[in-house]
Design a binder for this molecule. Sequence first.
Ligand code: NAG
Ligand code: NAG
Ligand code: NAG
Ligand code: NAG
Length: 436
Amino acid sequence: MKFQDKEHLYGNNNNKKQIIPKIILIAIFVIIIVLVTPLSYPLFGSSVLLIRTKSKAPNSNIDLIEQETLPSTSLKECDIFNGEWVPNPKAPYYTNKTCWAIHEHQNCMKYGRPDSDFMKWRWKPNECELPIFNPFQFLEIVRGKTLAFVGDSVGRNHMQSLICLLSRVEWPIDVSYTKDDYFMRWRYPSYNFTMAFFWSPFLVKAKQENSDGPTHTGLYNIHLDEFDHKWTSQIEGFDYVIINGGHWFFKPMVFFEKGKIVGCHYCLLENVTDLTMYYGYRKAFKTALQALNSLENYKGVTFLRTFAPSHFENGLWNEGGNCLRTKPFKSSETRLESTNMELYMIQLEEYKIAQKKAKKNGLKKVRLFDTTQAMLLRPDGHPSRYGHLPNENVTLYNDCVHWCLPGPIDTWNDFLLEMLKTERVKFKGEKKPQIV
Ligand SMILES: *[C@@H]1O[C@H](CO)[C@@H](O)[C@H](O)[C@H]1NC(C)=O
Ligand SMILES: *[C@@H]1O[C@H](CO)[C@@H](O)[C@H](O)[C@H]1NC(C)=O
Ligand SMILES: *[C@@H]1O[C@H](CO)[C@@H](O)[C@H](O)[C@H]1NC(C)=O
Ligand SMILES: *[C@@H]1O[C@H](CO)[C@@H](O)[C@H](O)[C@H]1NC(C)=O
């Protein structure tokens, strides 16, 4: 494991010297496995991969990736999203000095956050290891591909973490087709990898009706059965789409279906039934996933990145609530409940429905990017009051919604890489490779 960790930290460039001993190790491993467990199907599957790997040119990057894909085979039985945070003294892997992509309001060190231990954890799944993000490996896997983030500012927060983690290999160039930073597009020239962000906090067609509203955070008209064309018209060519949503559904909203008002969430309008935020949330995810399932030329993998809970304590966001903890929870110290639980369960249900439809359809894939439990355990990862100058007049003074960078959501990219590796294994499995 140590051996592998090192590889993950330093990437392929440093691997060359290690190739020969590694192949010998692998060969020994294969022999042992073949001798000891000839009939164990999953292990047999992985040894087939090993043999195929060995027969290729030992120095190609692809080769290294295929070797590193191996642990994923056994991960099939390991739920990588179920685990604990454990100390990682080697983190973080970038700083606000090495990465310009950190959003101003998530640059916690710049605004004087006094503690730094919140950056020094990694996620340990209960039944396996989750390797630390390897930017070289990631870029090899996504070579010639496209990845889109669709959702709210937490989705953008995630993309900025990815840019920072990849910066050890390459900086992207800005190829946005608008100046609007809600629709950014980045290209990694050496890898022909393109990454885009589509701002769509409600995931469906929505319009701000009133900038004030009952809670002074705006009142929104949400068309629950209509696609948000700002992203659905652009998404077909993408290979991977990560969708997310949640925090905006706490705002007052009026729900429309078939162009008519059907109800609302905390709109306080006469004769309009309050259907709760959950009603709108469920339908919005349903429609967004339907959009992806119905687009004829979309053949990508959709990842539904599940809700990342906020951590206001001693009051709501607008009542002086704050997040002052400096350490993660252990899973025994807290649990998912009430609103967080409800939002998560709705995503799970809509994911299952969409996955079934995608399977029938054949060409599309839907996966659960299940960050909820891990993030529930990170009350220490938010900017709190260190997302702006002390005297600045901002709506969310204590930000317990977004995540400091570097910080716990860097782990989302550990998850992402692991899922992309698993996709490759699945893809191979589907193609039934020739047994060597
Ligand atoms: C980075 O953080 C340090 C404090 O650790 C701060 O002094 C500096 O201004 C920040 N730099 C940038 C570019 O954000
Ligand atoms: C870059 O990738 C895109 C797909 O994302 C592909 O259409 C294009 O041909 C590639 N360009 C080169 C130069 O490989
Ligand atoms: C609400 O409904 C009542 C009874 O149908 C009606 O008299 C009233 O005018 C309605 N109010 C509005 C604002 O539509
Ligand atoms: C903060 O800004 C809002 C709107 O921009 C304004 O209504 C409010 O009075 C300001 N508060 C302070 C303390 O300056």
